[in-house]
Design a protein around this ligand. Structure first.
Ligand code: MG
Length: 340
């Protein structure tokens, strides 16, 4: 098994601002694994505030040796091996996991969505995220999303301008809204008051109202909220799912947090067992990680996979998208990655 990779700067359409952070590009590592005559494609998206970088990813890849693993890949053993080499670093682990799933699909002559039994006909609508911005830019972004055919918009809140931003978006559209507070609300009473107000504005769910460490505050909002409250920052990998039960209505799974598709699927199963709703989300990603997450999306309640639509230099063709949903391809593996 031979791994090659190259760093890539994925440029964002607009500077992306969430509660407490802003950036214009995301460092990506594009990875290929060659196994026999097959090539699998993977990707690590390393948003700076999560602590991974091209350097940490490269150092990690220099430490690993996958030559003892062969098809059919035992993903539980491979993930355990990677975790044993180094704790953390879920994005570069995800790149490896995604490439191995791509190879698995190609060798077994099936699309990746069949590996976990997803039914393409059950694909939910995907939301399109509007980062925090000045009202006139928010309007432009909302109109862009509508023109692209999105049927749900996601708004980043968690500042003093929350109501203004919602009112601005509401001035141009009645589409259902998701809200992501990104831990930005300071007190549970203010947070709950905002959630109640948002529910009256056609907001259908709220992500991570308060600091991930403020379990009591998030739980209070969850218990009193008329709409689902979804944990994002509070849930990274499998052991975090059980901790979310009782404190949130659901969890947001992202491949770059979960170390890839294998563990994302385990998290999904665990969430269902615990009665939690499941959202699948993304970081700034190219079509590779988006296609990987889209193969699990039909098993989820909410889908937030807008990466390819928020970037300007995705090196691959945008995945097929119709009427606000991804259309899964029947090509083997992750599907055709047409290089632009
Ligand atoms: Mg979020």
């Amino acid at each position: 098994m031979q791994i090659t990779y190259r760093p890539y700067q994925l440029q964002l359409k607009h500077p992306f601002t969430i509660s407490g952070f802003s950036r214009t590009a995301t460092p990506i590592l594009l990875l290929e694994i060659k196994y026999q005559n097959y090539t699998g494609y993977g990707e690590a998206s390393m948003v700076p505030y999560l602590g991974e970088s091209i350097e940490t990813a490269t150092q990690f890849l220099n430490k690993i040796d996958l030559s003892s693993f062969s098809f059919p890949f035992k993903m539980d053993e491979i993930i355990a091996y990677l975790d044993n080499i180094s704790l953390g670093l879920p994005a570069i682990k995800a790149a490896i996991d995604i490439a191995l799933h791509d190879i698995t699909g190609k060798i077994s002559q099936q699309p990746c969505y069949k590996i976990y039994g997803a039914n393409p006909a059950s694909m939910p609508l995907t939301s399109y995220t509007l980062g925090m911005d000045e009202p006139e830019v928010m309007l432009q972004k909302a109109n862009d999303a509508i023109a692209l055919g999105f049927k749900i918009l996601k708004i980043k809140l968690g500042s003093a301008n929350d109501k203004l931003l919602i009112n601005t978006v509401r001035s141009v559209t009645n589409l259902p809204l998701y809200v992501d507070a990104n831990q930005g609300w300071q007190t549970k009473t203010e947070g709950l008051a905002m959630v109640n107000w948002l529910a009256g504005q056609g907001v259908v769910l709220v992500e991570q109202p308060m600091l991930k460490t403020n379990t009591e505050g998030n739980k209070y909002i969850t218990q009193h909220s008329p709409i689902p409250i979804i944990a994002d920052e509070a849930v990274q990998r499998l052991p975090d799912v059980a901790k979310a039960a009782g404190n949130y209505h659901g969890i947001n799974i992202k491949l770059m947090k979960s170390a890839g598709m294998y563990e994302a699927h385990l998290m999904l199963l665990k969430a269902r067992e615990l009665g939690l709703k499941v959202m699948i989300g993304c970081m700034s990603e190219t079509s590779i990680a988006t296609l990987a997450a889209a193969t699990l999306a039909p098993l989820c309640d909410f889908v937030d996979l807008d990466g390819p639509f928020l970037t300007t230099n995705n090196p691959y063709q945008t995945p097929k998208f119709e009427n606000g949903k991804y259309v899964l391809s029947d090509d083997v593996g992750l599907g055709t990655l047409k290089v632009l």
